[in-house]
Design a protein around this ligand. Structure first.
Ligand SMILES: Cc1cc2nc3c(=O)[nH]c(=O)nc-3n(C[C@H](O)[C@H](O)[C@H](O)COP(=O)(O)O)c2cc1C
Length: 186
């Protein structure tokens, strides 16, 4: 089994990454990590979109612009770690999602216009931490869940969150420890 760890953590001493590393330590499988900030994934501007559309139209999928999509489509399990930023997650993760949404690699549209998955993965784990309380799951985890389900056919989706880490006086080690116990049960 191949686990793809999509690391959208930004800070060097990221607590979200610490939880993800704990989760990864439980796997005995092949683990591939993609560190989104280190990769410096480019957004789809006019030039890149034009290039991509032309390649897709000609069914020429050999260009490196498709590498992320290919990697995602081949993974058996997806683990995403992303801190809770502005009710959601860091923009680099959205940029990544835009890069992997490639018709002909990760999905295709049915005759009725619905996306049909071309991905192997059936399970996704989403890990996040927040400074205060997570006031809504809708725009972070909820968005990822909807995308994974509707485009990539991933139905088994787990959500791990450690909240209130920046609240003055918070017992951070205790919160993280409790979250690790939760991870062990997945
Ligand atoms: C740009 C930015 C936006 C943030 N937005 C929120 C937020 O909307 N709600 C919240 O509770 N915490 C917010 N935080 C705090 C982080 O969620 C919190 O510090 C988190 O634990 C960071 O994870 P890390 O240790 O993995 O970097 C934000 C932090 C940053 C830097």
């Amino acid at each position: 089994m191949k686990v793809l760890y999509i690391n959208a953590c930004v800070r060097k001493n990221s607590r979200t990454n610490e939880l993800a590393q704990y989760a990864l330590s439980k796997f005995k499988d092949e683990i591939e990590e993609i560190n989104l900030n280190a990769e410096k994934i480019l957004p789809l501007d006019d030039e890149r979109l034009f290039l991509r559309d032309n390649l897709i139209q000609n069914k020429n999928y050999n260009h490196p612009i498709f590498d992320y999509a290919k990697q995602f489509s081949k993974a058996d399990l997806i683990l995403i770690a992303a801190p809770y930023w502005d009710l959601s997650f860091p923009a680099i993760l959205k940029t990544y999602f835009e890069n992997i949404a490639v018709s002909g690699i990760t999905f295709y549209y049915s005759e009725k216009g619905y996306p049909v998955s071309l991905c192997k993965a059936k399970k996704l784990i989403y890990i996040t931490t927040s400074g205060g309380p997570i006031v809504s799951d809708e725009y972070g985890f909820g968005y990822v869940k909807a995308l994974a389900k509707n485009f990539y056919g991933i139905t088994d989706i787990s959500y791990v969150k450690a909240e209130g880490l920046d609240i003055w006086g918070a017992n951070i080690p205790e919160i993280l420890e409790k979250t690790k116990q939760q991870i062990s049960k997945i």
